[in-house]
Structures are given as C-alpha cells and as structure tokens.
Write a protein that binds this ligand. Structure first.
Ligand SMILES: Nc1nc2c(ncn2[C@@H]2O[C@H](COP(=O)(O)OP(=O)(O)OP(=O)(O)O)[C@@H](O)[C@H]2O)c(=O)[nH]1
Length: 325
C-alpha cells in the first residue's frame, strides 16, 4: 500500500460508511413505517370507516415519506456527491486539463466547479508568490548580515588604522598624546615616576639621499622594532610622532633607569650600521622625567622639556642623549 493510498483510506472508509447508512435508512424507514402501519391496522381490526380512513392516512404518510426520501436523494445528495467527486477529480487532475473533461460537471455545478477552480488557482498562485517573497526576504536578510559583518570589520580596521603608524606598525601620535595625558595624571595622583624620551634619527635627509627612500623606510622600521623590543612592559608605550621622530613613554621610570635603557638602545642602533652593515645611522635623544622631587605642571610641559633636551642633543653634535634640566 502506497503513502497516497494510506492517506486516502480514511476518506474512502468514511464515504463507504455514509453510503451504507443511507442504504439502511432508505430500507429501514419504509419498512419500519410499513410495520407500524400494519400493527396499527391489525390492532384496530374490523371495518370501521374511521379506522379505515386512519389506515389510509397512515399509508399516505408512508408513501409521502418514501417520496420525500427519494426527492432528497435526487435533488440534494446526488448533486452534492457529484460535486464532491468532481472536486476530487479536479484535485487529482493536472491544472491545465479542461474542467468539464476532468469533473464531468455541466450547468450550475460546472459553474461552481469553475469558481472553486479559480479560487484554488488564485490560492495556489498567492501561495507560490508568498513562497517567493519569503525566499527573497531570507536572501536579503543574509546579504544584510554579511554587509553588517563586513561593516563591523571595516570599522574595526579603520579604528585601528587611526591609531597605528602605517609604515612601522607601532602607535601613532594620537595614541601617544592620549597615553601621555593619562599617565601624567596617574603619576601625579600616585606621586609616581614618569619618563618621556623623544628620539630623532640623525641626518636622515642625507641618509635618504645617499641610500634611497626604501632604505630610509627600512631604517625607520628597524628603529621601531628596536624600541618595541627594549620597552616591553605593559605600561610602556612607543610611538612614531612623524617623519624620523619617535617617542617612548615610560611610567615608573625615573631619569636614571630611562637613561640606562636608552643608551643601550642607541648602541644597538649604532651596532646595526644601517643601512647595509656598513653605514653609520645614529640617533639623538632628549629625555625628561617627572617625579615628586622634580614635578612638571602639565603633560605638555614634560613633553616640551624632552623636546628641548633633544634640541640640545642635536646642537651639541648629535648621536647622544641629552637630559632635561
Ligand atoms: N624614507 C623616508 N623618509 C622620511 C619619511 N618621513 C620623513 N622622511 C625624511 O626625513 C628627512 C628629515 O629631514 P630633516 O628634518 O631635515 O632632519 P635630518 O636630516 O634628520 O636632520 P637632523 O634631524 O637635524 O639630524 C626628510 O628628508 C624627510 O623626507 C619616511 O617615512 N620615509
């Protein structure tokens, strides 16, 4: 037995039960009425004219009820049955088959069938349009989600680009200035130490002219790498301020500790002999440090002191570290 026949089985059983019920009613009602009439006649007995006319009336009622049953069957049940069969044939037939061919219905029933077919066609069409709309909606939602993910990634990238120096990959001036303000306030509040070093490559214009801009770029990256290697603590920050100028922000470092590390850094750079192991690229550094014993009025004043120390380093021969007064 197929799935379809299984699905149809309850309906077929139902209509069989209905047909046999109708048959039983058609037989039982006249028989029962005849029985009642016969019992009635028998119980009355004799040939009384009143009894005879009662018996005739009973027979008349019997005949009328049979006629009524036949009328109901002919006028109501049969057309309904045909309509149902036509509907079933329509449901089973291909949508393109002519209605009369499929249902065998004509006249009024044909009109009803056609109206039902139109309604069913409309319903099918609307259902398929709704399906299509749902599919498009799902596609649009997926596209929207993809765009949203891409937008978030772009925003993250933009935000990080706005804070990173594109050539060297270390922090840029914006990040340094934010950090300087924050660390300066913290050092003031906690009565702690804060050192700022400004580092500038010497005669870099000359270096570029002699070895080319690409060698200049490579040298800038090496200096950024050296700075990142030397200042690794979570609180340290190294940044490129622009051109060949870098900065190191060292919370917790006084002048002496910072000086020691920065001198090592200068030696590291000199040892590289950039650009090609034969060169002589050097670095000048200005260093200022704030402490409770040597306070500064503002973060800006601390940075300016480091800048002035760098100026002195440059004007006293370069390749040296100069301390702020
Ligand atoms: N290759 C390269 N060069 C850069 C970059 N940014 C700035 N420069 C160059 O760095 C040079 C800086 O020159 P100056 O400001 O005269 O400084 P300097 O030649 O180092 O002289 P001092 O600082 O006095 O020792 C300029 O020639 C700039 O073109 C960069 O990203 N890559």
């Amino acid at each position: 037995m197929t799935t379809d026949s299984l699905a149809e089985a309850p309906d077929a059983g139902g209509s069989r039960r209905l047909a046999s019920l109708r048959l039983r009613l058609a037989l039982a009602v006249p028989l029962l009425t005849s029985g009642v009439v016969l019992i009635f006649e028998w119980s009355l007995g004799g040939a009384d004219p009143i009894r005879e006319s009662l018996a005739r009336m009973a027979w008349l009622v019997l005949l009328l009820s049979v006629a009524l049953l036949l009328l109901i069957e002919a006028l109501l049940l049969r057309p309904l049955r045909r309509l149902a069969e036509g509907g079933e044939a329509m449901a089973a037939a291909p949508a393109t088959a002519p209605l009369e061919d499929v249902t065998g219905l004509g006249g009024e029933l044909g009109r009803v069938g056609r109206a039902l077919a139109q309604v069913s066609g409309l319903w099918r069409q609307q259902e398929s349009e709704a399906r299509e709309l749902r599919r498009e909606l799902a596609q649009q939602r997926q596209l929207l989600q993809q765009a949203h993910v891409a937008l978030e990634a772009n925003q993250r990238e933009l935000a990080s680009l706005a804070r990173v120096d594109p050539l060297t990959g270390i922090a840029n001036r914006l990040v340094f200035e934010e950090s300087l303000r924050r660390e300066f306030k913290r050092a003031q509040r906690l009565r702690g130490l804060l050192a700022v070093a400004v580092l500038d490559l010497d005669q870099f214009k000359q270096f570029n002219l002699a070895h080319g801009a690409a060698a200049g770029d490579a040298a800038l990256k090496r200096v950024a790498g050296l700075l990142s290697d030397r200042f690794k603590r979570d609180t340290d920050l190294v940044a490129r301020l622009g051109g060949e100028e870098f900065v190191a922000l060292l919370p917790g470092f006084g002048m002496a500790e910072a000086q020691g590390v920065l001198e090592t850094l200068r030696e590291d750079l000199r040892a590289l002999r950039l650009p090609d192991g034969q060169g002589d690229l050097t670095l000048s550094i200005g260093l200022a440090a704030a402490s409770p014993a040597h306070p500064y009025l503002s973060a800006q004043a601390l940075l300016q002191a480091a800048d002035e120390a760098l100026y002195i380093a440059k004007h006293t021969g370069r390749d040296r570290l100069s301390l702020a007064a």
